[in-house]
Design a protein around this ligand. Structure first.
Ligand SMILES: Cc1cc2nc3c(=O)[nH]c(=O)nc-3n(C[C@H](O)[C@H](O)[C@H](O)COP(=O)(O)OP(=O)(O)OC[C@H]3O[C@@H](n4cnc5c(N)ncnc54)[C@H](O)[C@@H]3O)c2cc1C
Length: 480
């Protein structure tokens, strides 16, 4: 009688897909039985455990992955608890002789996974790790002196000189099952779903899962990619891919995007944005403290303000600056925000209100369906001027000018701030400066239907520059 084949535990993490997934392809190629599993371990992630919007997404993405695995004759085994305990337990329980996973690069994951790897190897278990979510892993890209990059352009140039990795197909292979499946609770046991109504509109905007990612990709490829370079800055238009949550949960991988993108100005501009994603991960890996501390040390002394009313107005989209309010309301209702508007609302919080960037990062962490520790940290440090290759602190976004330039007809503002629907284009970004007759005709009473600005931008800007002078000793202010 032949001995049962030695199975491989395939530990899914932020790679919730079958296509172009090295961990799965390589396990299947061995011909051995495969036990796919997912461990919900928020305690491992500590302060950066997935926020409310991410948990909503994760629930659906796991559901979709489970279904795809069932179609291949397999299952997704779910477990809850610290991965350092749960994974070795599962190995013992199933008799698996190998564990495969794709690497993650968050500081908490690097330490945890290293410890799990050492422990399993000590117990005689084979461990294999792969690159599932990046084009170029952070430890593989080095500058001339062997250190990490801090500036995007040379980083991306160095990446582009490397071989572009090809996606891995799985074909329509069925997965070989173990003789006996370990038990698995239902997905509801993870209690990922947010409280009633919090995510009521999300299903209207999103289809989590690999099929949803593919659909989104096809749509963008047909109607958006060619004009991406010129359209990507206008939040009212359909000019960006909205692939970020799918990329975040690994429902699609960047190798697939590169293979499909081809060439042309739209494709080049799009790949450059994927380059920023790579750069963010590179920075987080090499400078893990930046989730909480500014990369530029002089900013440790920066004098932020406590401003409860300002914070409340910002989070609720009631600052009196239409583009900021439109953004904050879109974020709350859909779990996503256009990059141009992320920069504008971020600048408003950090510079006009002088509220710490970390508070903004925390809010985004809870409200974004694409909340990603690397991208979010890079984005907020960029906005605050204290990170790598960041906007200089003295470049302060003027929310009215940003609105006029990138939402010239006010379509974006009207979509999310309907009380201003009838305000003419000329005043839609600055209604408080409109003549009374215009506001009357538009049916808007400021202070009743829509707030007056909570801070005068010119005054806020002066205050921010003064605070900056204290750490820098110079300003050289400029508007944008
Ligand atoms: C303050 C701030 C916070 C941010 N927080 C996050 C976050 O938590 N998660 C997140 O995925 N992105 C974050 N970004 C980056 C960017 O805004 C989003 O990736 C982008 O808006 C997502 O929309 P999209 O998929 O349509 O992007 P597209 O324009 O279609 O770009 C394609 C992909 O490239 C990547 N990308 C694009 N721009 C950037 C960028 N500036 N930095 C890093 N990667 C980028 C994303 O994976 C994106 O899906 C943040 C930006 C700022 C300014």
């Amino acid at each position: 009688m032949s001995r049962p084949a030695k199975s491989i535990l395939v530990w899914f993490r932020l790679d919730l897909r079958l296509d172009d997934n090295p961990v799965l392809t390589r396990a299947v190629e061995t011909g051995r039985p495969v036990i796919p599993c997912f461990v919900w371990s928020p305690e491992d992630e500590g302060a950066w455990a997935p926020g409310c919007a991410s948990r909503w997404w994760l629930h659906r993405s796991l559901d979709a992955l489970g279904e795809s695995l069932r179609e291949r004759g397999s299952r997704l085994v779910l477990r809850r608890g610290e991965a350092g305990r749960v994974v070795p337990d599962l190995v013992r329980e199933t008799g698996a002789t190998a564990v495969y996973w794709n690497r993650r690069y968050e500081p908490w994951a690097v330490g945890r996974d290293g410890a799990i790897k050492r422990r399993l190897i000590k117990e005689g278990i084979e461990v294999k790790r792969f690159n599932g979510c990046l084009l170029y892993e952070p430890h593989a890209v080095r500058n001339k002196s062997g250190g990490p990059y801090k500036v995007f352009t040379p980083f991306w140039k160095a990446c582009l000189q490397r071989e572009t990795p090809e996606p891995l197909g799985l074909g329509d292979t069925r997965l070989r099952s173990p003789n006996r499946w370990p038990s698995s609770p239902g997905l509801d046991a993870f209690a990922l779903e947010p409280r009633a109504n919090r995510a009521a509109e999300f299903p209207h905007w999103w289809s989590p899962g690999e099929a949803g990612a593919r659909e989104r990709l096809e749509r963008f490829w047909e109607s958006g990619l060619a004009d991406y370079a010129t359209e990507r800055d206008f939040p009212a238009r359909d000019g960006v891919s909205r692939l970020s949550p799918h990329l975040r949960f690994g429902e699609i991988g960047p190798r697939r995007l590169v293979a499909k993108a081809g060439s042309g100005s739209g494709a080049d501009a799009f790949l450059r944005e994927l380059g920023w994603r790579e750069f963010a991960c590179h920075l987080l890996y090499h400078f893990p403290e930046t989730t909480d501390k500014p990369l530029r040390p002089e900013f440790a002394e920066f004098r932020w303000r406590q401003d409860k009313p300002g914070w409340s107005a910002w989070t609720r989209g009631r600052t009196g600056y239409p583009i900021v309010d439109a953004g904050m309301r879109q974020l709350w209702r859909t779990g996503w925000l256009h990059n141009r508007v992320r920069m504008t609302v971020g600048s408003f919080l950090v510079k006009d209100l002088l509220i710490p960037w970390r508070d903004g990062a925390r809010w985004f962490w809870d409200t974004l369906v694409d909340a990603d520790l690397a991208n979010n940290t890079l984005g907020w440090q960029w906005v605050a001027g204290c990170g790598a290759d960041a906007a200089p602190y003295f470049r302060i976004f003027n929310p009215v000018l940003q609105g006029r330039k990138f939402d010239p007809r006010g379509e974006y503002v009207r979509r999310w701030v309907p009380e201003l629907k009838l305000v003419p284009d000329k005043w839609i970004q600055n209604p408080w400066q409109a003549p009374n007759t215009v506001l009357e005709e538009a049916g808007v009473v400021l202070g009743r239907d829509y707030p007056r600005p909570i801070v005068d931008h010119a005054e806020g800007r002066r205050r921010a520059l003064k605070a900056y002078d204290l750490i820098k000793g110079s300003s050289g202010a400029a508007g944008a």
